[in-house]
Design a protein around this ligand. Structure first.
Ligand code: C2E
Ligand code: CA
Ligand code: CA
Length: 651
């Protein structure tokens, strides 16, 4: 055996061993179920088989001189080499498409077009014993190339270029590690081919391919950092990076988020110290419908399914049917540690980018705690939009408290008799840098549910006290500053002491603070509320009943709670302008509150005619856009200066 043959065999042997290592590790680490895993293994098998056939064909070469049968065997091995080798470039092409998540579900003719070079070269090879189009042996058993082999090279070149172009087009959508690993793969493979082309005795092609595959095994195929150990599906980081990359490629996606809302409670009942086992059972159930590569375990109680949408992707699961299946499954018990348990699901279905525009949006949706009324349901479309908005607002409130994004606006109130400044109502605003400016009608109910309302009200009260402490309101001749309180909070434990604790720090007259509450408590709680009001009033604070006439307030409340001022809601005033019945209601409200000896403030005053109407009825104070919208503290001070100036001119 010549040294050249041994030299060739050493290359093949090295390629063979490297490939064997890759295959063994991949199988050992169970990275075999995803479609790109399968293609990766297939590439390894191809290189392995090629290395084996080349090794034996090379070894047989000296023997062909001895016996023609060896020559036949060598010819057969070479044929087998070509049959297998033709599949390498197409497999690489499909592998890259898979890793870059480029759709493979094209119309039939395109699918055929993609496979055409492969099919063509295979036919050439299979027919070679009869046609010798690819290669032939002369009478001395020497190997000769024919035009068919060039066709195989051209086909491989086409697939490689297509795969490379695809890689470049998906560059931004790939994880950094994968980008460089794939580029390295291409460079090393091309290097191997070029070296072998320059010097036929350096059999570097298969060896470089095998080495480049090791690179892929260590990077693209190694998803340890993306996998959740318990459920063996992807983790939160994987979801973040996949969504980011799919968004970069402008892909549409369906998202299904399954949350189990009673998981904490279940953990306590069953004695399972963590929720992993429950989620493992749920993930196993989901995996019977969909491949694991579309599932992500993002939080203790949350699994997300990400379905890339394709116009050609007809036979993939219908997401709504799937949601209904899951929902129905959850109506039955789950066997957890031998105990039959009912798990409460919330299933949200949305699509990217119509309903969910960004990764932040998606995270709001999947991370947001589920309010009780949404439990055990499927949330779609408006429900989902409502839920996402709610989640975004909740996040804005929480960030706003941390980063000082709340601001108190002032809306002046005026005496009706001489239209002089009477006071101001503090109205809170939230300036969020993600979803913009928010109004209290939207965020206060959410803050109440999410437990932030105490912090907000404390913030407002501190602002008010600080403003009173400056002495400016007194100088401006104001009687009081109105502060809104949430009734829920008023009835919390230690509320009176908390208020006193804050206000006492400032050493200000308490009768400068006028608390506004909207009556919305059930009859049984009146007594408690009455006690709170009584106690605070005995300390000097004033109280107003807000939004009188909106349907919440009733006579009983007016009698039992000792308000200084009743604020008639703007809708009553506006209705009075629209109809005679409206006018009768307004007149009767005013008449009745007057008889109860309470002062009256009317909100929502916007026009002269409304002021005249109220003058005729004889109320005490006015508030509304006629005077000013709620404005910042600086704007409010300027407003006060301007009306002072006007007044001094008239005098
Ligand atoms: P509210 O106490 O009834 O406040 C009056 C609302 O009517 C304010 O809306 C104000 O901007 C608006 N308004 C006043 N005059 C006019 C007018 O002439 N025309 C029209 N179209 N609207 C007028 P805003 O500021 O959005 O506040 C909404 C509600 O949020 C308030 O209703 C109050 O219940 C609550 N709120 C505001 N600030 C706070 C706060 O600091 N704490 C609590 N707990 N609730 C607050
Ligand atoms: Ca109010
Ligand atoms: Ca009001």
């Amino acid at each position: 055996m010549t040294y050249t043959i041994l030299f060739h065999m050493a290359f093949y042997c090295a390629a063979l061993l490297v490939c064997l290592t890759s295959i063994a590790f991949t199988i050992f680490q169970k990275r075999t179920d995803l479609s790109h895993n399968k293609m990766f293994l297939l590439m390894n098998y191809i290189v392995l088989i090629n290395a084996l056939t080349c090794f034996f064909a090379e070894g047989l070469q000296p023997l062909t001189q001895i016996n023609a049968a060896f020559h036949q065997l060598r010819f057969a091995l070479e044929l087998f080499y070509f049959i297998v080798h033709c599949a390498l470039a197409p497999t690489l092409f499909y592998y890259v498409m898979n890793v870059t998540r480029t759709s493979l579900d094209r119309p039939k003719y395109l699918k055929f077009l993609c496979l055409f070079p492969f099919i063509f070269t295979e036919i050439l090879v299979v027919l070679n014993p009869f046609t010798h189009f690819v290669y032939w042996h002369d009478e001395n058993y020497a190997f000769h190339r024919n035009w068919g082999e060039n066709s195989i090279y051209i086909a491989a070149f086409i697939y490689t270029v297509l795969a490379f172009v695809n890689l470049m087009l998906s560059w931004n959508a790939l994880r950094r590690r994968n980008r460089y690993a794939m580029t390295y793969f291409f460079c090393l493979t091309v290097f191997g081919v070029i070296v072998q082309f320059i010097d036929i005795d350096i059999k570097s092609e298969l060896f470089c391919e095998a080495l480049a595959l090791v690179g892929l095994m260590l990077t693209v195929e190694n998803e340890d950092d993306r996998l959740d150990a318990t459920t063996n599906i992807y983790n939160r980081n994987a979801l973040k990076s996949d969504v980011k990359h799919l968004l970069a490629k402008k892909h549409s996606m369906n998202v299904l988020c399954l949350k189990i809302t009673n998981i904490d409670m279940i953990s306590k009942i069953t004695g399972v110290s963590n929720s992993d086992e429950i989620m493992e059972d749920v993930a196993t159930y989901l995996k019977t419908f969909v491949p694991r590569e579309v599932l992500y375990h993002t939080d203790v109680n949350t699994i997300v399914l990400l379905q890339k949408l394709d116009s050609y992707n007809k036979n993939y699961i219908d997401i709504i049917d799937f949601a209904e299946n899951i929902y129905n499954r959850f109506q039955n018990d789950w066997d957890i540690h031998g105990v039959d348990i009912k798990l409460t699901p919330v299933i949200m279905i949305g699509d990217i980018p119509t309903q969910i525009q960004s990764l932040e949006n998606l995270l709001y949706m999947i991370d947001s705690p589920v309010p009780k009324d949404f439990e055990n349901s499927i949330l779609l479309e408006e429900d989902l939009e409502f839920f996402i908005r709610r989640a975004a607002v909740e996040a804005a409130v929480s960030n706003g408290l941390k980063n000082g994004r709340f601001e108190v606006y002032y809306q002046p109130t005026h005496n009706l008799s001489d239209l002089k400044l009477h006071g101001a109502e503090m109205l809170i605003r939230l300036h969020d840098n993600v979803i913009g400016d928010l109004y209290p009608d939207e965020f206060i109910p959410i803050a109440e549910q999410a437990g932030f309302i105490d912090d907000i009200d404390d913030f407002v009260l501190n602002q008010v006290c600080a403003f009173i402490k400056t002495g400016v309101p007194m100088k401006l001749g104001m009687d009081c500053i109105n502060v809104n309180l949430s009734v829920l909070q008023c009835m919390g434990n230690g509320f009176v002491n908390k208020i006193l604790g804050i206000v006492n720090q400032y050493d200000i007259p308490k009768n400068f603070i006028n608390f506004e509450i909207t009556e919305s408590v059930s009859a049984s709680d009146y007594e408690l509320l009455a006690d709170v009001i009584k106690e605070l009033k005995s300390n000097g604070f004033l109280f107003s009943m807000d939004d009188y006439g909106t349907g919440y307030s009733n006579m009983h409340t007016l009698f039992s709670l000792d308000f200084d001022i009743v604020k008639i809601d703007k809708s009553i005033l506006w209705d009075a302008e629209k109809s005679e019945i409206g006018q009768i209601i307004l007149e009767n409200c005013v008449h009745m509150i007057r008889q109860m000896k309470r002062k009256i403030l009317v909100e929502g005053v916007e026009t002269d005619s409304q002021i005249n109407r109220l003058k005729a009825l004889g109320v005490d104070y006015l508030q509304g856009y006629y005077f000013s919208k709620p404005i910042t503290q600086n704007a409010f001070l300027k407003y006060c200066e301007a009306i002072e100036l006007e007044r001094s001119k008239i005098c």
